[in-house]
Design a protein around this ligand. Structure first.
Ligand SMILES: [Zn+2]
Length: 499
C-alpha cells in the first residue's frame, strides 16, 4: 500500500529551566535541523526513532513524507523567536505536504520555551489544528518526558522509550510506524489513557538494567502482553524543567476500548507508585567519590559528574572532579571539557607544541574553577565522529566542533571541545586517537546514559554528587511551578488512580 502517505516530524530538546543559557535556532543547526528531504538522508539507518520511522515505512509499506526534524543538545529553554519559527515551519510543512494519511511525530516531551512551558503540547495542538480531528497522529517521546494532557488529547497514540540508557529508540520508532500503518488501514483504533503520578524517580536509579527500574520495565512488558493493548509506557520525567507537568506518568494505548487502556495504565501506575521509596538514594561527595574510584583496582573506572550532565542541560565544563583528582595526586585520568577558548589556543599552538592553559569552568560559577594545566597538544580534530551502534540518543553523525587533546606530565588526557557534546559514544574519544581502556579514571559528564557506550571498556561505574546545573541535591533548586505535594519532596503525596 505504497499510496499511504505519512508525514514525518521531529522536534527534540530537553530544556533545563535552571540554567541561564537559552537555546536558539543556531544551536539546533549545530546539531541537526532539516526541513524536507534532508531529514531522510540524515536519519536513515540511525538508531534514533526518526530512523525507526523510516525503517517502519519500508517494513509496513508507506511513503514517508519528510517535513521537519530538529534536535539540539540539552540546554536552557528555547528563545521565543525560535519556538515560534519552528511551529511555523512545522505548520507550513504539513500544509505543503499535500494529502497525508497520518503523521509520525517524534517529540522529547520536556521541551520548554521562555514563553511556553509545554512546547510539545503546543506543537501537538498546532499540528492537530492543521490536519483536523480525524487524522491519526502517533507520537513518540523520550523516557524523560513530562507528559501533559494536551500532548495526549491531541494525539492518537503515544509510544515512549522504555530503556535507560536509551538503546531502544529505533525500536520504538518502528513500533509507532506499525501503529500508524495499522490505524490507517483500519485494523486497529487506538485509544490512550494518561495517568500522572505525584512522584519523581531520581536519575541515579534510572538504569533499566538494574533494580528498581528493571522491575518497571518488566511490568511495562507485562502490560503490553495483555489482550487488546497496543502500547504502554512509563514517563520518568525530567526534573530540571520547572513546569506544571513535571512528574512521573504512565500512558497505555488499547485497541478501541478505553476501559482496557485505563485498567492497564492504572495497574502500571500503581506498581510504579509502590516502588517510589526505591527510587531515592544518596551519592558520595566529591572527595569521597574520587577516593572510592581510585581504590578500585579493576580499571578504568568511569566516574559520573552528576551535577554537570550535558544531556541534562549542564554546560559540560565543570572542573570539580578533575580538580579533585589532581588534588589527590592521582594520574592517568581522561576528561572532556567544553572549552572553545582553550581548544582555539591549542590550535594556534599546533600539534606537538607545549602549552600552558587555564581550562574549564568558564560558563558560570556553579561548576568549579578554571584549572591550570601544562602539557603538549597531541591531537587536533575537526570534531566530527561517527557512531554505528545503538547508543543513548540514537545519533550516528556527531559534531563537537574544533577539538584539541592535551597530554599532561601526570598522564592526564584533557579533551577540549568547541561545542557541548554528551558522552554517549566511545567514538567521541576514540576518533581522537585515545584508547579509553588504557586510562585509570574516566570522567563522564552524565549520569547513567553513557553506560551503553562505556560498558565496552569498563564495568566499574561511580556516581558522584557534584554541584552544578544538574546536581542531585533536591534542595539545591527552588521550584515555582511543579505540582505539590510530590514524593520525595513531600512525604505526604498520595496517588489516586482514575479507575
Ligand atoms: Zn532521556
Amino acid at each position: 500500500m505504497a499510496d499511504m502517505r505519512i508525514g514525518i516530524i521531529g522536534l527534540l530538546h530537553e530544556s533545563n529551566t535552571f540554567v541561564d543559557s537559552t537555546t536558539t535556532r543556531q544551536h539546533f543547526a549545530d546539531t541537526s535541523l532539516d526541513i524536507g528531504s534532508d531529514l531522510i538522508d540524515r536519519w536513515s539507518g540511525t538508531h534514533h526513532e526518526l530512523g525507526g520511522f523510516l525503517d517502519g515505512a519500508r517494513k509496513f509499506g508507506f511513503e514517508p513524507v519528510p517535513i521537519f526534524a530538529a534536535v539540539a543538545v540539552p540546554s536552557g529553554p528555547l528563545e521565543p523567536k525560535t519556538f515560534h519559527e519552528f511551529v511555523a515551519d512545522i505548520v507550513k510543512g504539513v500544509k505543503d505536504a499535500g494529502d497525508l494519511d497520518g503523521i509520525l511525530l517524534a517529540l522529547h516531551g520536556s521541551t520548554v520555551a521562555l514563553n511556553e512551558p509545554d512546547v510539545d503540547g503546543a506543537v501537538v495542538t498546532q499540528v492537530r489544528q492543521q490536519v483536523g480531528s480525524d487524522l491519526p497522529i502517533i507520537m513518540t517521546l523520550d523516557l524523560h518526558a513530562n507528559v501533559s494532557s494536551r500532548m495526549i488529547s491531541g494525539t492518537t497514540a503515544t509510544v515512549m522509550y522504555r530503556t535507560t540508557p536509551h538503546v531502544d529508540q529505533r525500536d520504538r520508532g518502528v513500533d509507532a510506524a506499525g501503529i500508524i500503518a495499522r490505524t490507517v488501514r483500519g485494523e486497529i483504533k487506538p485509544v490512550q489513557v494518561l495517568e500522572t503520578l505525584p512522584m519523581l524517580m531520581l536519575v541515579l536509579k534510572h538504569d533499566t538494567n538494574q533494580e528498581p527500574a528493571a522491575s518497571n520495565l518488566r511490568d511495562t512488558h507485562a502490560v503490553i502482553e495483555r489482550q487488546g493493548i497496543v502500547s504502554a509506557s512509563i514517563g520518568y520525567a525530567y526534573r530540571q524543567a520547572d513546569v506544571a507537568d513535571m512528574g512521573t506518568s504512565v500512558v497505555a494505548v488499547a485497541d478501541g476500548d478505553e476501559q482496557i487502556a485505563r485498567d492497564a495504565a492504572c495497574w502500571l501506575a500503581r506498581r510504579v507508585w509502590g516502588r517510589r521509596g526505591e527510587f531515592v538514594g544518596d551519592l558520595p561527595s566529591v572527595e569521597q567519590g574520587i577516593r572510592e574510584a581510585a581504590a578500585i583496582t579493576q580499571v578504568p573506572v568511569v566516574i559520573s559528574d552528576v551535577g554537570d550532565n550535558v544531556s541534562g542541560g549542564a554546560p559540560g565544563d565543570s572542573t570539580v572532579l578533575f580538580d579533585e583528582i589532581m588534588r589527590q595526586g592521582l594520574s592517568n585520568a581522561l576528561v572532556v571539557l567544553f572549552d572553545p577558548q582553550a581548544a582555539a589556543q591549542c590550535a594556534d599552538a599546533g600539534v606537538g607544541s607545549k602549552v600552558q592553559l587555564t581550562v574549564g569552568a568558564k560558563t558560570g560559577n556553579r561548576h568549579g574553577r578554571p584549572v591550570l594545566i601544562q602539557g603538549h597538544v597531541r591531537t587536533l580534530s575537526d570534531g566530527y565522529f561517527y557512531e554505528p551502534q545503538p547508543r543513548h540518543g540514537g545519533r550516528s553523525d556527531n559534531y563537537q566542533g574544533l577539538t584539541a587533546v592535551v597530554e599532561t606530565p601526570e598522564q592526564h588526557t584533557v579533551v577540549l571541545t568547541s561545542l557541548r557534546m554528551a558522552p554517549m559514544s566511545l567514538q567521541q574519544v576514540v576518533s581522537l586517537g585515545i584508547d579509553p581502556a588504557q586510562k585509570k579514571l574516566i570522567i563522564v559528564k552524565a549520569t547513567i546514559a553513557p553506560r551503553a557506550a562505556y560498558r565496552a571498556v569498563a564495568n566499574q561505574f561511580v556516581l558522584v554528587n557534584t554541584p552544578g546545573a544538574t546536581t542531585m541535591d533536591l534542595s539545591a533548586v527552588t521550584y515555582r511551578n511543579r505540582r505539590c505535594p510530590m514524593f520525595p519532596f513531600e512525604d505526604d503525596a498520595t496517588y489516586m488512580p482514575s479507575n
